[in-house]
Design a protein around this ligand. Structure first.
Ligand code: PMP
Length: 360
């Protein structure tokens, strides 16, 4: 029998590892490991989700017109330049499929999102990892790493797990400096938590080579439903839509996301509470002797003195039923990424870390 083999390179892809959701032997877990919203979606979004049961026998809308209109109205964008996907992951995948292939290079950064090299490898392209500087994306290092074969530059802004943010000026420098024919992808999964930042929307409007991706998984509290979107120049949207499956989003996803987007009062409350809790968490962590940078996202990178100390603290937290994320795979063996939970969650995790550090 002839052996059935996958495309070259597929077996070299490291499987994406999401954080665990359970602690063996524990029924109650405080999950602060996946940057999920402790507040969940708005009541209106939940009602829309329930109402969608009435139309489940119908195929969903293929062009996502109502959802795109809601996103466009709220953000002041052109609905024709919006594309929606199964999480922002799918939009990122469309970009890789449409614009990179064998012989091409896809740039991602040292502490960037694990999906970027996976997407590059999946389309047969070469993933080029560029170092960051002091836990920040290094624009000049990226520009220096670009070659004539560079097709895509992926950066998360704010970064995960660093929580750091590039300024509009730095993003423009990047967009203007990458080679012609290459695309800059600004992954804005956490943009809502970066006060006063537009995720790069203005840059997309002003350039031909920039795409912004966004998600309902974080601030909108809809990680379980899988909805994301991208904003790109019209020519790129026309390309991405050619490879998008016509029914990639279900009617339930579409209607729930539309209502969630229109409920900006809920979003504003979630964001305000998260930002307040984030400031408290960072200050309180520092008081326990843990190093924590300011963060522009809904998580904090807590850095310990050594890999061993981070591992021991992780174990101590698990012992208390608290799940945070080890981020060795993102270049931080000595750190833990802690999602900003609600007030009591923040107090609980700080109390447990304080006890571990012997300061409580
Ligand atoms: N980008 C970054 C930086 C992320 O952290 C995540 C979620 N882990 C995503 C994209 C994907 O999010 P989703 O597919 O849920 O929109």
């Amino acid at each position: 029998m002839t052996k059935i083999t996958p495309q070259p390179g597929i077996m070299d892809i490291a499987l994406y590892k999401s954080g665990e959701a359970v602690i063996p032997g524990r029924t109650e877990v405080l999950k602060l490991s996946a940057n999920e919203s402790p507040y969940g979606p708005s009541d209106r979004a939940k009602e829309a989700f329930a109402r969608s049961a009435a139309t489940l026998h119908r195929y969903p809308c293929t062009d996502h017109a109502d959802l795109r209109a809601a996103i466009a109205e709220v953000h002041g964008l052109d609905p024709e330049r919006i594309i929606c996907g199964v999480g922002s992951d799918e939009v990122l995948q469309f970009v890789a499929q449409a614009y990179a292939g064998a012989g091409d290079e896809v740039i991602h950064t040292e502490h960037g999102f694990a999906m970027y090299p996976i997407l590059a490898h999946a389309v047969g392209a070469t993933a080029v990892c560029v170092p960051e500087r002091d836990r920040r994306v290094d624009v000049e290092a990226i520009l220096a790493a670009c070659t004539a074969r560079t097709r895509i530059v992926f950066i998360a802004n704010p970064g995960n797990p660093t929580g750091t943010l590039l300024s509009g000026t730095e993003l423009a420098r990047l967009a203007d400096g990458i080679p012609g024919g290459a695309i800059l992808v600004l992954d804005g999964a956490y943009t809502e938590f970066a006060e006063g930042h537009d995720g790069g929307a203005a840059l997309v409007s002003a350039r031909e080579n920039v795409i912004m991706t966004r998600t309902f998984s974080k601030a909108y509290g809809l990680g379980g439903l899988r909805i994301g979107w991208g904003y790109a120049p019209g020519a790129i949207i026309g390309v991405l839509n050619r490879i998008r499956q016509p029914f990639n989003l279900s009617s339930t996803q579409l209607v729930t996301a539309e209502v969630a987007m229109r409920d900006q009062a809920w979003l504003a409350k979630v964001v305000a509470d998260t930002i307040r809790n984030r400031s408290w968490l960072i200050e309180a962590l520092r008081k326990t002797g843990v190093a924590a940078d300011d963060s522009h996202a809904n998580f904090v990178l807590a850095r310990f003195g050594s890999e061993q100390e981070a591992a021991d603290c992780d174990a101590a937290l698990r012992g208390e039923g608290i799940l945070v994320r080890r981020v060795a795979g993102y270049g931080f063996p000595d750190a833990l990424r802690i999602t900003v939970g609600d007030e009591s969650a923040c107090r609980r995790v700080v109390h447990a870390i304080g006890q571990f550090k012997g300061v409580r």
